[in-house]
Ligand binder design. Structure first.
Ligand code: UD1
Ligand code: CA
Length: 508
């Protein structure tokens, strides 16, 4: 089905947004995964416009840079001085003399606008063959907005700005959303006739309607069903309100597609995120950017995922992840930090106070506690004991560490890269490993242990430790001399190089 009219989209984004009190141009403020401008451009997407133009002015360089990255097909047009919305559209059309058919104009600060609503406005406009059609909404509080003024027969007569309105017009609650469809030819004709005879001394785009009406041209009003869609953003209080509205909209959509959100009010999901059925998102969780949560995965409470893919059935608890991949059935946290290119294979585990960067953790491999894993490849089912540090940086360059399949690295070990621990090899707890450990070997660098008998009773006499030692040495009842082993398990216990025990301890 071919479109009857070629379309041009013009987004007005040259204003400063003074009340934002920001170094960032208003339209570049972020809102759940897109800038305000990005949301507006997205709403215009289904129009399949021949060209999309963005009128830039304040912060033009920043806005241009954003467009180059986020909407490379959009053409920025400079409005050096902000002489009004009518002036802005005039400049845009002068830059596209070939534009014909329908011109759709959108304010750059109306981010909740739905694509369906813009499409509905344009469809109504084109089927009526109107000269101009404005998107209107009935709002509880119209303060500050342009009013839709109708004649006795209910036909649009003009749009009047708040500051130019009479008392009777101020009582009108039907407002101009700042979204319009125009016939290109007739729009060009009247844009040349706009005056600046108003309270702000600007060329008002809204005056186009009065001029068309008095020329006997057909104009229309298209009412938005949900007035929240037409809310603009003028300051950060309004921005926060828009963010809550969008959060609720996004959350409702995911719940209706089969995702459980245990506390929607504290769950913030960017519009760019994807979730699969039966995913569970627990409270205080932010899912941002290109993050994806697979079927049946559990994320939260207290999790932030940025551009992170979580596989089906995985668990991420009280953790922060950026640019990471968590494989199917893997377990992360509590209190893990996954950094870019952390890739956790299926059923692997990255536990408490563990940081992983630019590393592969193999299928079923475990890094359960207190470790830094940087620039490493960890083989399938390897076990990395608590407090293992992958020493990847020599102050100038980063180097890689490879740990083979089912290798066992004891607690409190430094693996000084570049280094390789072979498949099935063991590393004794407390070692600093800088030479490769062959497959199946035990690597150990520990100094032999020396016990100085009675040192505490001699050198720390009178302390509680000395008293405890004395009782233990006298075999006092109720006191044992062996320390609790807690969760630690003992690994290899073979004697090496005269050391009392080369064995080692790892945790599970
Ligand atoms: C405008 C409408 C008002 C409507 C409201 C909806 C006019 C005269 N009034 O008022 O009827 O109810 O939007 O939000 O159009 N801009 C430029 N160049 C300029 C001036 C503005 O690009 O010279 C851009 C702004 O960046 C903004 C948009 O146009 O994105 C609207 O401008 P703004 O000054 O916010 O108009 P309002 O006073 O809100
Ligand atoms: Ca505005």
């Amino acid at each position: 089905m071919s479109e009857p009219y070629p379309r041009t989209v013009v987004v007005l984004a040259a204003g400063e947004g003074k009340r934002m009190k920001s170094a960032l141009p208003k339209v570049l403020h972020p809102l759940l995964g897109r800038t305000l401008l990005g949301h507006v451009l997205n709403a215009a997407q289904p129009l399949s416009a021949e060209r999309t133009m963005v009128v830039v002015g304040h912060g033009a360089d920043q806005v241009r840079a954003h467009l180059a990255e986020a909407a490379p097909d959009a053409v920025p047009v400079l409005q050096a001085e902000q002489l009004g919305t009518g002036h802005a559209v005039r400049i845009a059309l002068e830059a596209a003399p070939e534009a014909s058919g329908t011109v759709v104009v959108l304010n750059g600060d109306v981010p909740l606008l739905r694509p369906e609503t813009v499409a509905g406005l344009v469809a109504a406009h084109e089927s009526e063959r109107a000269a101009a059609t404005v998107l209107a909404a009935e709002v509880p509080d119209p303060t500050g907005l342009g009013r839709i003024v109708r004649d006795a027969d209910g036909r649009l007569e003009q749009i009047v700005e708040q500051r130019d309105a009479t008392a009777a017009q101020l009582a009108v609650r039907e407002i101009n959303a700042g979204i319009y469809a125009f016939d290109a030819g007739r729009l060009r004709d009247v844009l040349g006739k706009l005056s600046t005879d108003n309270d702000q001394g600007e060329e008002y785009l809204t005056d186009v309607f009065r001029l068309l009406v008095s020329a006997g041209e057909p104009v229309g009003v298209h009412l938005a069903v949900d007035h929240a869609e037409t809310l603009g953003c003028n300051d950060r209080v309004e921005l926060a309100a828009l963010r809550r509205l969008l959060r609720d909209r996004v959350n409702e959509r995911w719940m209706r597609t089969g995702v459980s959100l245990l506390d929607p009010e504290t769950t913030w999901i960017d519009v760019t995120v994807a979730l699969d059925r039966d995913a569970v998102v627990d409270q205080n969780t932010q899912l941002r950017g290109g993050s994806v949560v697979g079927a049946g995965a559990v994320v939260g409470p207290d999790v932030t995922l940025i551009d992170t893919v979580v596989g089906p059935g995985a668990t991420v608890l009280r953790s922060h992840a950026v640019g990471a991949e968590v494989g199917a059935g893997a377990s992360v946290g509590p209190y893990a930090y996954l950094r870019p290119a952390a890739r956790l294979a299926e059923k692997s585990k990255v536990g408490t106070f563990v940081e992983v960067k630019n590393s592969e953790v193999g299928p079923g491999a475990k890094v359960p506690h207190l470790s830094y894993v940087g620039d490493a490849t960890i083989g399938a089912r390897a076990n990395i004991g608590a407090a293992t540090i992958f020493v990847n940086y020599d102050g100038v360059n980063k180097h890689r560490t490879v740990v083979g399949e089912a290798a066992f690295v004891g607690c409190d070990t430094s693996l000084i890269a570049p280094v390789e621990v072979g498949a099935g090899a063991y590393v004794a707890a407390g070692s600093a490993i800088s030479k490769d450990v062959p497959p199946g070997a035990l690597g150990v660098t520990r100094a032999p242990q020396r016990n100085v008998e009675d040192w505490v009773t001699r050198r720390r006499s009178g302390t509680t430790s000395a008293a405890a030692a004395e009782r233990a040495l006298q075999g006092a009842p109720g006191v044992t001399s062996a320390a609790s082993e807690g969760e630690a398990i003992h690994g290899a216990a073979e004697s090496v190089g005269g050391a009392p025990r080369a064995g080692d301890t790892a945790t599970e």
